[in-house]
Design a binder for this molecule. Structure first.
Ligand SMILES: C[S@@+](CC[C@H](N)C(=O)[O-])C[C@H]1O[C@@H](n2cnc3c(N)ncnc32)[C@H](O)[C@@H]1O
Length: 209
């Protein structure tokens, strides 16, 4: 699977890694302006490493749900177009705002992704919707935000099994979430995010017409 324009494999201390070019975030490793993108700390990074058919080319408008302190969305904003980052917890949002201060294409929104009507007046139609909220009801959040996605757009979603049910077999959780998701999306590719993230499924989907 090819990488989007603006994402490269670069050498950091002799080890190959994904990298994007942009302002450094805290103490992360950088070489010649390229920032190491650690798949152990990023579900989207793991999707790229695990070869999911993500369909991203670079330059797309992005809505990112569950931005936390901005680890992954900062890399995405390095190679994407306008990137709207939704996070509802105030503490990580403070860090996210700092990360965005250096990036003119990254727009943090302190909002609840289950209430898209609270940011619908700000977010334009996007070509890519990324979801990493890691809470119960992950399919429902993706369905509620489908309205922002262009008809031929891509959903990149990480499903964390334990967020839905700590005791259930992860595979049966993934089946249930994908079945709910299928009411509004056609699933194009899916794959476990091991060895980077245990009991997570990566899903690439497009809105069902
Ligand atoms: C697994 S972390 C995200 C990590 C981040 N995507 C990254 O790779 O850098 C999940 C985040 O989703 C946020 N979250 C959970 N439910 C949310 C909701 N309904 N609306 C907005 N953010 C939510 C949590 O506060 C948490 O920061």
């Amino acid at each position: 699977m090819s990488l989007p324009e603006g994402v490269q494999r670069r050498s950091f201390d002799g080890r190959e890694s994904l990298a994007t070019r942009g302002p450094q975030v805290s103490e992360e490793p950088t070489v010649d302006g390229w920032r190491r993108w650690d798949p152990d700390r990023s579900k989207v990074g793991a999707m790229f490493e695990d070869g999911l058919e993500h369909g991203l080319e670079g330059g797309e408008r992005v809505l990112y749900l569950g931005a936390a302190s901005g680890t992954t969305v900062s890399h995405i904003a390095d190679f994407a177009g306008p990137t709207y980052a939704v996070e509802f917890a105030p503490r990580p949002t403070r860090d996210l705002i700092e990360v965005a201060a250096d990036r003119d294409r990254l727009f943090p929104l302190l909002k609840d992704a289950r209430k898209p009507e609270t940011y619908a007046h700000v977010v334009e139609p996007v070509e890519v919707l990324v979801q990493d909220v890691a809470t119960r009801g992950q399919a429902e959040v993706a369905l509620a935000n489908r309205q922002f996605l262009e008809p031929d757009g891509r959903l990149l979603m990480a499903i964390k099994a334990r967020s839905e049910d700590v005791t259930a077999d992860p595979e049966s959780v993934f089946e249930g979430v994908c079945e709910t998701l299928s009411s509004g999306y056609e699933i194009l590719d899916r794959g476990r995010l091991e060895p980077y993230h245990d009991d997570h499924l990566g899903v690439v989907a497009t809105p069902r017409q």
